[in-house]
Design a protein around this ligand. Structure first.
Ligand SMILES: Cc1cc2nc3c(=O)[nH]c(=O)nc-3n(C[C@H](O)[C@H](O)[C@H](O)COP(=O)(O)OP(=O)(O)OC[C@H]3O[C@@H](n4cnc5c(N)ncnc54)[C@H](O)[C@@H]3O)c2cc1C
Length: 469
């Protein structure tokens, strides 16, 4: 019943979990080379001792115990601000653990249909909080033919489903795809991928299970490799987290860990609640990254002697518009927070979805500005090894020189950052992830349309047209 140390966290992952990567069965994720960087990243969330971290990362629960702030149910706008500060200092695994906030958001609605589900949410959340556990959000199904309903698929397992109901629980079969950090979490929180209808009771299933539950298998993929140089790959080499293709091969889930088992009318509640908390994380990250783009553009333009050129100033200003609109949207979402019936405070879904959509749908255009400013060197710069080779170092220092106040190594580092962020390992992943993670653009359009006060807008139109009825 306490906070874990980084070492206790690593030890807790030696639990017989079944992982695969690049055709190999991984016996122990804590010692395998491929997981070295992700494990280090995730372990840092358990560092409560570095200066300032205890305050940023912990809070005091109603029981008087200390817990990670990711479990704090926000009750005020200030709590939301503290949560955002924590998120800026947390790995993506800490981010996915916000799945418990989504469950707590949905709890009230679940309780109206089955009080046991609401009690289960509460107890699973309490268990995770008191044992300093991390969880992943497993919502995206394989989905097969997108044009057909789950019941109409050639293989019914293409949507995760209940295959057996027993006195003591349910047996589940299916797969959840693209699940961030699954290999390094303690719990997998499973939710229906979308709203379900009559006849889709078996697909209307939500639960939480430990990663080492018999029948759970994870196939991992990543854009980064353990031997990347931090000079050539400043982002990918230092921060990466595998995505897991999780298989549920007839997995038994006891009733006390089930949040939904057949009530199709509630299936959509999860997607809605999770979408909000996922997109809060996405928007926070975009605010940080958009400022980084502005800094990169200005610094490189100065290094290259083009910072005063009209078209460069224009592009940098476009990047500032992007960064500022994202920042203001996030700020506004906190100011216009909403409150659940039991007093939980959450950022305004309208602003969060508008911000996430705007950020995602304009990222590629902002990257274009960066590439325009940078020049071709972004993808052709020789590597650190060539800089350290005495036969070639002199040529690099001579021909990568721009002016006396710019160190050639600094210029190389900045160019490597641009390539890694926008045109290589992390950057390639990011180009897709920015569009898809958090539910895809279509999901953000739907929530935005539903959240906007259309009645008020119609009244504005009536007034303008002189319509009195
Ligand atoms: C790096 C990364 C990390 C992720 N992490 C997680 C995670 O931790 N947990 C998790 O659960 N998910 C995660 N996701 C999954 C993400 O939420 C999905 O990729 C996203 O919801 C889109 O689903 P999909 O990939 O199956 O694409 P699809 O659903 O196939 O979408 C592709 C296109 O098809 C369209 N489409 C699909 N169905 C229909 C239809 N019936 N009618 C009309 N158009 C349709 C979509 O609108 C979209 O334009 C992650 C994704 C990425 C890339």
């Amino acid at each position: 019943m306490s906070l874990k140390t980084p070492e206790q966290y690593r030890e807790s992952l030696r639990d017989g979990r079944v992982n695969f990567m690049y055709g190999e069965r991984i016996e122990d994720v804590t010692t395998h080379q491929e997981f070295k960087v992700p494990l280090e990243t995730a372990s840092q969330d358990y560092d409560y001792e570095s200066p300032g971290m205890r305050d940023i990362r912990t809070y005091t629960t109603d029981d008087g115990t200390e817990a990670h702030r990711v479990f704090q149910i926000p009750r005020t706008e200030e709590d939301l601000h503290k949560r955002l500060e924590m998120m800026r200092n947390t790995s993506i695994l800490g981010g996915t653990t916000a799945v418990y906030m989504a469950l707590m958001n949905a709890r009230g609605q679940l309780g109206q249909v089955n009080s046991q589900y609401a009690d289960n949410v509460e107890s699973v959340y309490g268990l995770a909080r008191d044992n300093d556990l991390r969880a992943v959000e497993a919502i995206t199904d394989a989905k097969g033919d997108r044009g057909r309903r789950p019941v109409d698929q050639d293989d019914l397992d293409l949507y995760t489903r209940i295959v057996e109901r027993r006195d003591d629980g349910i047996v589940v079969r299916g797969a959840k795809l693209h699940i961030t950090a699954a290999c390094l979490a303690h719990d997998i929180v499973v939710m229906p991928t979308k709203a379900m209808g009559p006849g889709e009771e078996d697909f209307s299933v939500s639960f939480s299970i430990p990663v080492n539950t018999p029948g759970v298998k994870i196939i991992n993929q990543t854009y980064a490799h353990p031997d990347m140089s931090t000079f050539d790959y400043p982002l990918s080499a230092a921060h990466n987290m595998p995505e897991g293709f999780i298989i549920f091969d007839d997995v038994f889930v006891p009733w006390e860990r089930v949040f939904l088992a057949g009530e199709h009318e509630l299936a959509g509640v999860f997607a809605h609640a999770l979408g909000l908390w996922e997109r809060i994380g996405g928007l926070v990250a975009m605010v940080e990254r958009s400022k980084l783009l502005v800094g990169i553009a200005q610094l490189l333009a100065e290094y290259h002697g083009i910072s005063k050129a009209g078209h460069i100033v224009e592009k940098t200003t476009e990047l500032i518009f992007y960064a500022e609109l994202l920042r203001m949207t996030l700020d506004n979402s906190l100011r216009n927070y909403q409150t659940t019936e039991d007093g939980m405070v959450y950022p305004s879904p309208l602003e969060i979805n508008v911000g996430k959509y705007y950020g995602a749908s304009n990222w590629h255009g902002m990257v274009r500005h960066i590439h325009d400013i940078s020049g071709g060197i972004v993808v052709t710069l020789p590597s650190e090894a060539d800089l350290r080779n005495e036969e070639t170092e002199g040529y690099l220092r001579k021909y990568l020189y721009t002016k006396s106040e710019v160190d050639v190594e600094d210029r190389m580092r900045l160019i490597n950052l641009i390539r890694d962020l926008t045109a290589d390992a992390y950057g390639g992943w990011e180009l897709v992830t920015t569009i898809q993670a958090g539910g895809g653009l279509a999901a953000q359009r739907i929530v935005t349309y539903r959240s906007y006060d259309l009645e008020d807008a119609k009244q504005v139109a009536r007034d303008a047209a002189g319509i009195s009825s």
